[in-house]
Design a protein around this ligand. Structure first.
Ligand code: MG
Length: 267
């Protein structure tokens, strides 16, 4: 099922079952998306997409794709490279990414497959990991490179946690619809031009490995969003570099998951 969270015309925040053939409306879901849900007959018009989840934590992996590690010129990771991204940075499909007033000039995009945890996970084995997944969505790990690398002395979380720097959506796709999350085409598209074009099969650490590894040191709470890393083709490694500008539209597209688009504006 594709589960969308949205604002209706009357201003209600609702969960609904989404059908891509009818992208302007949803059938209302009642219940707890981490427990039992019921899809009702009530249909509402989607006024605005909201992030499909309000995560208690956002955990992100760096350098998890082989060709992306190559383009940044760093050694391949021996263990997952993990950082936290502020939950206050989350926005939904269609909401603007704001170029911060604080002045970073090198705001970059990163297409990522996001995993949404469905139930508390602690000390989970690789073979049991999928049991703890609720579903998947698209994410953009927006990153101010000048802050991430230079101005904040490699404190990645500073450059990656500005407000609006974590678009997720447009909706959550439950895991039963995605047979092979480790083999999905993943792309980013800037103003119609394909910038990243890869496959999740290029990950060093696959999703079961990531869940098992992270859950040995922290409880993964229901709703936790895990960003699984980005493939090659990001803006700062290009010649000349490409950074997001006022008026741009950046889209993350993942096979069988969806297309997450956000305009870029000055704060
Ligand atoms: Mg990233």
């Amino acid at each position: 099922m594709k589960i969308v969270r949205f604002r209706s015309q009357s201003g209600e925040k609702l969960y609904g079952a989404f059908d891509p053939d009818m992208p302007d409306e949803a059938r209302i879901i009642e219940g707890d998306i981490f427990g039992d849900i019921e899809v009702t007959e009530r249909v509402e018009r989607i006024e605005a997409f909201l992030p499909p989840i309000s995560p208690p934590n956002i955990i992100a992996l760096g350098l998890n794709y082989g060709k992306h590690a190559d383009e940044t010129g760093v050694k391949y990771p021996e263990i997952p490279v993990m950082f936290l991204k502020a939950t206050s940075s989350v926005i939904g499909h269609g909401a603007p990414i704001l170029l911060p007033a604080a002045g970073p000039a090198e705001v970059d995009y990163e297409a990522e497959l996001a995993v949404i945890i469905g139930k508390e996970a602690k000390n989970v084995s690789r073979s049991d990991a999928e049991e703890y997944v609720l579903g998947y969505t698209c994410a953009n790990d927006v990153s101010a490179r000048d802050w991430q690398i230079h101005k904040q002395k490699k404190q990645w979380a500073r450059g990656k946690s500005f407000d609006t720097f974590c678009p997720i959506g447009p909706y959550l796709v439950t895991k039963d619809e995605i047979e092979t999350p480790g083999c999905l085409k993943i792309r980013s598209i800037l103003n119609g031009e394909v910038m990243q074009d890869s496959n999740t099969s290029d990950m060093f650490f696959d999703i079961p490995a990531i869940i098992s590894n992270l859950s040995c040191s922290m409880t993964l709470l229901p709703g936790t969003v895990i960003l699984t890393g980005t493939p090659e083709g990001v803006g700062f490694t290009r010649t000349p570099p490409v950074f997001l500008q006022d008026g741009d539209i950046i889209t993350v597209s993942i096979e069988n998951i969806g297309e997450l688009s956000n305009p870029v504006k000055k704060e």
